[in-house]
Design a protein around this ligand. Structure first.
Ligand SMILES: [Zn+2]
Length: 68
């Protein structure tokens, strides 16, 4: 359970995410802003700090934590 949760949280550079350069941790599909289901605006430093993404290929949900 804990491992599954960890797998569902990945760190990514915001600019890389914006240009679809971030891979789904489950199947490696490249994801970006179009696949965001929810942005997390409530955590510093700069909103949005993180986003919930649904992979278009395997439909897995995961959190992308923006590191820069
Ligand atoms: Zn995937």
């Amino acid at each position: 359970m804990g491992e599954d949760l960890a797998r569902r949280r990945i760190d990514a550079d915001r600019a890389e995410f914006m240009r679809y350069g971030v891979k789904c941790p489950f199947d490696g599909t490249l994801v970006g802003p179009r696949f965001v289901t929810r942005e997390h605006l409530d955590v510093p430093p700069d909103p949005p700090y993180a986003a919930t993404v649904r992979c278009p290929s395997d439909k897995e949900l995961f959190e992308v934590i923006f590191t820069g």
